[in-house]
Design a protein around this ligand. Sequence first.
Ligand code: 13P
Length: 258
Amino acid sequence: MSRRPVIAGNWKMHNLQQEAMDLTNGIMQELRSEDKAALPEVVIAPTFTALYAANKALTDCGCGKVKLAAQNCYFETKGAFTGECSVEMLKDAGCEYIIIGHSERREYFGETDEMVNKKAKAILANGLIPIICCGESLEQREAGVTDYHIASQITKALRELSAEDVTKSIIAYEPIWAIGTGKTCDSIEANRVIAMIRNVVKGLYDANTSDAIRILYGGSVKPSTIKEQMAQSDIDGALVGGASLTADSFAQIVKGAM
Ligand code: 13P
């Protein structure tokens, strides 16, 4: 089964509107001579206030090589939920993907497995693609409960989703100790955990579903690490933080995944 690679840039809480426009244009400039069909699925996830600017840059270019994601959403459709954005609003802003369950949202904003599951359902119901994040802390890794913890996060995130919906979804394995630390998880170990996740999906659904779902690695991905990561059997791409904030390094990662 050949799975199309995905390289997604999570900009986190960076970039004013002009900066977002410049970065988006810079990425497209770097990718201008690449054949679209040969590129991985390239996704950028600006913060809410920069979605308009990034989307404008993408639509003005019209090359269709880069897609838009949001970093979060709320699962309700509308109403008295001050400060939140519905999936429909993000779709209206040009998003085709939404990151959910990022470890920073779980740690600082109380996002639970149950919320991740509700968000995944809302995203898929609106025809968008969830990028479902999971990952263990250093303490969990040292206590030897990594696989148990990740399997639990994935099982809860996918609860009541159809096989068809899961096939369309993307999972990102991001060991928390590797995020923003420069300490990339060893590729063999990242591949082992990702293969374990695929096996969890197989147990919940079937081999067709587990063969089809794309599972990314995230955590200090750099231009110098991507080739080895992509050479692994089960790693289908990367969710990139810091290195997605400059056009040059992000484009190098994209090209390293071709
Ligand atoms: P870094 O690439 O900066 O480690 O961030 C990873 C991440 O959290 C992407 O969602």
